[in-house]
Design a protein around this ligand. Structure first.
Ligand code: MG
Length: 380
């Protein structure tokens, strides 16, 4: 099956090479792969992608070998998003490219790292991991002779840029436009965004219970969890432990995927969507039903209170925050501590961006080592 044939089997409003806004630098077509399949392959081979293996999702990498990392999170997002794409006849190659790339701009130590770096960059334009993901694929990955970055298609890039402040959007050209004129990205981008939420809400329950911070009884305070858990109890009255948790989470993911598919297809029908141009001009089409939306909110709120803000997690976050801030200050005070590629003769704003790029690119363990190299008296 040629890639042209694959794309002709998709829904009329799916993103395809035919309706694409193309790459920044035009390139000859690949004889065997569609444009979006090629984007996905470029992402998989990128250095920033490999680093995701050693970057924190919620639990720091060395806390245990079985917790999600940014890499396995991204793969779970891709799996869920691909299933959704298959159901809705959207472009699976594009969905996979967006999903695998969506977190490549994440700092070490998860959200604590992102917040710390954003604070350090307050006077220099701030730091946002979404924008950083785009910056990586647009310019920081250096692998090709003809261009900096990966020269990805417009649709993959717009999908990576999930959200963006207006002042930043104004400087981004084509991918920034929709944040200024209120239009929407492709359905593939919209779906990947929600697949991300399905993935982390569910795998964080699994990891949270595995760590002992969350309990099964506690989780039952979330009505939807209790409902899925009751089903498991009824079907397997003797099941306990990990399998009981996993059977419950499995049901939750499944229900969310079905709900999202049905609601989105109803929205597509209601707005008489025929083409990708209709998708862009319509209100946001990919959505959960109002009930499932409320469930997602309740789940998020519960995880915020009982997992992300629990003292065990907070201690690691606080330590990570202090570490990154001290690294940032040390590099700003003395840029000659930076590897030569990151030293520039520029104004403080340009230098700060170099420091942020350097720190954001670090894996958790690299940041810990670098901190020791710079601050520890045992490392002279
Ligand atoms: Mg994510």
């Amino acid at each position: 099956m040629t890639h042209n044939h694959y794309e002709s089997t998709l829904a009329p409003y799916a993103a395809t090479a035919l309706t694409s806004r193309g790459r920044s630098m035009s390139e000859p077509e690949d004889p065997t792969r569609s444009m979006y399949a090629r984007d996905r392959d470029r992402i998989v081979h990128a250095t920033a992608f490999r680093r995701l293996e050693y970057k924190t999702q919620v639990f720091v990498n060395h806390e245990g070998d079985l917790f999600r990392t940014r890499l396995t999170h991204s793969m779970e997002v891709a799996q869920i998003a691909r299933s959704l794409a298959r159901q809705m006849r959207l472009n699976e190659d594009l969905i996979e490219a967006i999903a695998l790339a969506h977190d490549v701009g994440h700092t070490p130590f998860g959200h604590a790292g992102q917040d710390a770096l954003n604070e350090c960059m307050r006077d220099f334009g701030g730091f946002e991991h979404n924008l950083q993901s785009l910056r990586i694929v647009d310019s920081l990955e250096l692998r090709y002779g003809a261009f900096n970055g990966l020269n990805l298609s417009f649709e993959t890039r717009e999908g990576i840029l999930k959200h963006c402040a207006r002042n930043n959007a104004a400087q981004l050209g084509d991918v920034g436009e929709r944040f200024l004129n209120g239009t929407q990205p492709s359905l593939e981008a919209q779906i990947t965004n929600l697949a991300d939420a399905i993935a982390y809400n569910n795998h964080d329950i699994d990891d949270g219970i595995r760590s002992g911070i969350l309990t099964l009884d506690g989780m039952r305070q979330v009505a939807f969890f209790a409902q899925c858990h009751d089903e498991v109890r009824l079907l397997y009255p003797d099941l306990r432990g990990r399998r009981e948790v996993l059977e419950t989470v499995r049901r939750m993911i499944n229900a969310m995927v079905i709900d999202l598919t049905e609601q989105t297809q109803a929205n597509i029908a209601q707005h008489h969507i025929q083409t990708i141009h209709d998708v862009r001009a319509a209100p946001r089409l990919a959505a959960f039903s109002p009930q499932m939306h409320a469930t997602m909110q309740a789940l998020k709120k519960y995880l915020m209170e009982h997992l992300y803000r629990q003292y065990q997690v907070m201690r690691t976050s606080a330590k990570a925050t202090r570490m990154l801030k001290k690294l940032f200050d040390a590099f700003m005070d003395e840029p000659r501590l930076l590897p030569p590629d990151y030293q520039i003769n520029g104004d403080p704003t340009a230098q700060a961006r170099q420091v942020a790029d350097y720190i954001a690119g670090m894996t958790d363990r690299y940041a810990i080592k670098e901190y020791a190299r710079i601050f520890s008296v045992e490392h002279f």
